[in-house]
Design a protein around this ligand. Structure first.
Ligand SMILES: [Zn+2]
Length: 380
């Protein structure tokens, strides 16, 4: 009983705060409970409502139950966004876009079939005054008609753009003495330091950046990302080497945002590179060409966005306002950068070449794997 009581005190303080800021009528509208997790029949929607709802034993104004997690108007909007917008994201080859959006200017216009939670959707519509509709994304969001990306896909135009990338992106100095990690699963001789160098020549062309006669050492300063990138499973014997640079290394930093105020998303090199590194194996051929161009330009490697950046940060990709990418707004640059986890791709065999030392080798035991998730609808 202590938790609800405390919760009520905080809630009263919150309402008083809102009243001083907004006046009592708007404060009441914002703070009033409208629904609870017990109001929904779809299990995914109900579990999501439990996750974000407030603990309060008062009676729900909709279903009249008292043991559900309570939802204010803002929380219902958040729930609707997570479930119906984020929950309908679809990946294309080079982009991603939701199938559904909502706002307070549309009436609902969706042709759905079972098991779409139509009754729950109507309850949300009616309660907070919004309508759901099919979202027709701008073409750039699904990776279509982005000029630099189209040029990168075209082998005859690729070289010009890869050179342009080398000229436009900044240098990252991996200075002497910096530590980072490299993971190996099931190495034959885990105690041998050379097992943690780039894969041998016969095993090139398997990763995002390496190609024939062009080995690349994949590493990261983020151990969680190393584990994701190695696609480890419970049966694997996993070993991690702690590495340290013995000299300054000049890397091309592809994790930076290129602010291009005079360019639309369709002309944006920043958007093309961003989409490239969040794409799957079909993008490797282009990424390898960028790595080769960087090596020819005198770089020792790349810092590039991990494919698992969004899974690690839990952020939504390609956010927009009024159809414009958030990556175009300088005031949102820090927020957009926080979605990216950097990976290191060091050219050649840095251990053999003496550019990198092995400080330590450890066995890595997976103690627990925890997933974070939410739900979406089916039937559109
Ligand atoms: Zn309820």
């Amino acid at each position: 009983m202590k938790i609800p009581r405390l919760n009520n005190i905080f809630r009263l303080a919150f309402i008083l705060y809102l009243t001083t800021r907004l006046g009592w009528r708007k404060a009441w509208e914002q703070a009033a409970y409208r629904l609870c997790s017990r109001c929904f029949s779809n299990e995914g929607l109900r579990l999501s409502a439990e996750e974000i709802g407030l603990i309060d034993s008062s009676v729900c104004p909709s279903c009249r139950m008292s043991d559900g997690r309570k939802l204010t108007k803002d929380l219902i909007n958040l729930l609707a966004h997570r479930f119906f917008v984020w929950g309908t994201l679809r990946r294309t080859l080079y982009g991603v876009s939701p199938l559904v959006k909502f706002n307070d200017r549309h009436t609902t216009d969706l042709a759905v079939t079972s098991p779409w939670p139509s009754e729950d959707m109507r309850l949300i519509e009616k309660t907070v005054g919004i309508g759901f509709f099919h979202y027709g994304p701008r073409f750039w969001m699904i990776g279509v008609n982005i000029e630099p990306l189209d040029a990168l896909k075209n082998p005859t135009e690729r070289r010009k753009i890869t050179q342009h990338i080398c000229n436009e992106y900044p240098i990252y100095l991996l200075s002497r003495g910096q530590k980072f990690y490299r993971l190996r699963k099931n190495p034959k001789h885990p105690e041998d330091t050379h097992q943690y160098d780039s894969p041998p020549a016969e095993m090139t062309c398997e990763g995002r950046l390496d190609s024939e006669e062009f080995p690349v050492m994949y590493a990261s300063q983020d151990l969680q990302i190393c584990i994701h990138e190695c696609r480890v499973s419970a049966e694997d014997d996993i070993f991690v080497a702690t590495l340290m640079t013995t000299e300054d290394m000049k890397l091309l930093n592809l994790t930076e945002l290129l602010l291009e105020p005079d360019k639309s998303e369709f002309e944006s090199l920043d958007m093309a590179v961003h989409m490239l590194f969040l794409a799957g194996e079909h993008s490797y051929e282009i990424c390898r060409a960028i790595a080769l161009a960087a090596a020819e330009s005198g770089y020792d490697g790349l810092v590039y966005p991990s494919y698992f950046s969004l899974l690690q940060t839990g952020k939504i990709p390609l956010e927009t306002s009024f159809g414009l990418s958030h990556r175009r707004f300088p005031q949102l640059a820090d927020q957009e950068k926080s979605k990216i986890i950097p990976n290191l791709g060091l050219f050649g065999c840095p251990i053999k070449q003496g550019k990198v030392d092995v400080l330590a080798i450890n066995r890595l035991m997976l103690r627990k794997v925890q997933y974070d998730f939410h739900f979406g609808p089916v039937g559109l």
